[in-house]
Each structure stands twice: as structure tokens, then as C-alpha cells.
Write a protein that binds this ligand. Structure first.
Ligand code: GTB
Length: 217
């Protein structure tokens, strides 16, 4: 059965691949799983039909027969669990790949989201200019730790896994800030992720989706 995911009708980033449908598309491409995409407008996201799929009124969602999922991490874990290539078969290596998915979402992504919120939702507050460097330092601390663990390895734990897919997706969102480029090992790690054919297909698909159709009236 072909799954259907939801994405912004038109992403505010104009197709830069920063919205979270891109990471789900990437996982589906790595898995070789065809999928359909249903666009959702900002207003439709808050309507009962979409809230029945996603209680927080967001994208992405994932529908496959009777199964409905929200949360990009849970969706990617589901895809990775059912297809070869994203999680190792060996039990301990599999557990570590899942650990890296959680690390990306629970430890690395939160300060990055804080920075984005501080810039775009709180940038006009009088305290914002004092707060931004504090958040940036927290991110630098985390990235320093991550870069130390990655070392000269290609991926976080042996072969590329869903852990890398989520970590690269999380780090990508830092690029506009310039902070990622301060960590050459991590910048190269992200570039390796982006160079994967599956990522390139996912990126191109979301870009076409966000640019090919006329803007919503
Ligand atoms: N924890 C959830 C998950 O991982 O799935 C978070 C989902 C989420 O934040 N969804 C966002 C959303 O639906 C889109 S991805 N927002 C609408 C709302 O909450 O009303 C976040 C995002 C949005 C825009 C850009 N951008 O334009 O650059 C990048 C990322």
C-alpha cells in the first residue's frame, strides 16, 4: 500500500528542504518506498479533519491503510523498521542507531529550535539580542561534543542508518545561522548526507512541490 504523507501546501522556506516532510521523504527514498504527498494549508492544519490525524495541527503525518502516524521521528522509525537499509540487523547496532535518532531529536535539536524561535518569533523583544548569544553558545557546546564523537568517521556508528538520517536533518536547519560551518567535521558529515542519492531525490521532490504549483490564493 502506498503511504501518504502531508506537507506544507507551500513551505515558508520556499523549498529549501527545512520543513520536516523532507526527512520523511528522505527515509522513504532510502527505503525505496513510493509515496504520495497531500498538501495542507496553515488554516487546514487547524481544522478537525487534520487534527484527527495530528493532534497538534502540524505536518508531517503519515497514513498507510488504517495506520496514522505523526511526529517525524516516529514516522522514520516506522519506515526504518519495515524496510531494509535504515536500521542494522544486528541487535546491538540496531539499538545504537535508534539511540542516535533519539539523541538527534532530544539532545541536539532542542537548542537549535530554541535559536530559530528566538530569532523569528522573539526577535523583536527587548531581551532578544542578549538571549541569542546564550543559545548559540549552548548549540556550539553540543556540536563540539557531537563532532568529538564523530571524529573522522563517515557516520555515527558504522554504516549509514536512520540515526544519521535524523541527525543530518536536524543539523541542516543550522546552516542559515552559520554555526554549522564552524564545525568542519559536522559540515562535512551533513554534506555526505546531502550527497546521498535518496536525499537528493527527496530534496528535489519537495522543491518541485513547493515551487511548481501556483501559490495558494
Ligand atoms: N516534533 C514534530 C515532528 O518532528 O514531526 C514537529 C512538527 C513541526 O514542527 N511541524 C511544523 C508545522 O507543522 C513544520 S516543520 N508547523 C506549523 C504549525 O505548527 O502550525 C517546522 C518548520 C517550519 C518551517 C520551516 N521553514 O520554513 O524553514 C522549517 C521547519
Amino acid at each position: 500500500m502506498t503511504p501518504t504523507i502531508t506537507a506544507f501546501e507551500r513551505s515558508p522556506d520556499g523549498g529549501m528542504g527545512l520543513a520536516r516532510d523532507t526527512r520523511v521523504r528522505w527515509a522513504l527514498e532510502e527505503a525505496g518506498q513510493a509515496y504520495e504527498v497531500r498538501p495542507v494549508s496553515f488554516s487546514a492544519m487547524k481544522e478537525p479533519a487534520h487534527l484527527a490525524l495530528h493532534p497538534f495541527g502540524q505536518i508531517p503525518t503519515y497514513e498507510e491503510g488504517d495506520l496514522v502516524l505523526f511526529e517525524s521521528g516516529a514516522i522514520i522509525f516506522h519506515i526504518a523498521s519495515r524496510h531494509a537499509g535504515l536500521l542494522p540487523d544486528e541487535a546491538d547496532a540496531r539499538a545504537r542507531a535508534i539511540m542516535w535518532m533519539f539523541a538527534a531529536l532530544n539532545t541536539v535539536e532542542p537548542p537549535i529550535l530554541e535559536l530559530i524561535t528566538a530569532k523569528f518569533a522573539e526577535g523583536d523583544k527587548p531581551w532578544s539580542q542578549e538571549r541569542l548569544p546564550l543559545i548559540a553558545e549552548r548549540i556550539r557546546h553540543r556540536l563540539g561534543q557531537l563532532a568529538a564523537r564523530l571524529g573522522d568517521a563517515q557516520w555515527l556508528d558504522g554504516a549509514f542508518s536512520a540515526g544519521d538520517l535524523v541527525m543530518v536533518s536536524v543539523l541542516l536547519r543550522l546552516r542559515p545561522s552559520g554555526i554549522l560551518q564552524e564545525f568542519p567535521r559536522l559540515a562535512a558529515y551533513v554534506a555526505r548526507g546531502e550527497a546521498r542519492p535518496a536525499y537528493r531525490r527527496a530534496f528535489a521532490a519537495q522543491r518541485a512541490f513547493n515551487t511548481a504549483r501556483p501559490p495558494a490564493g
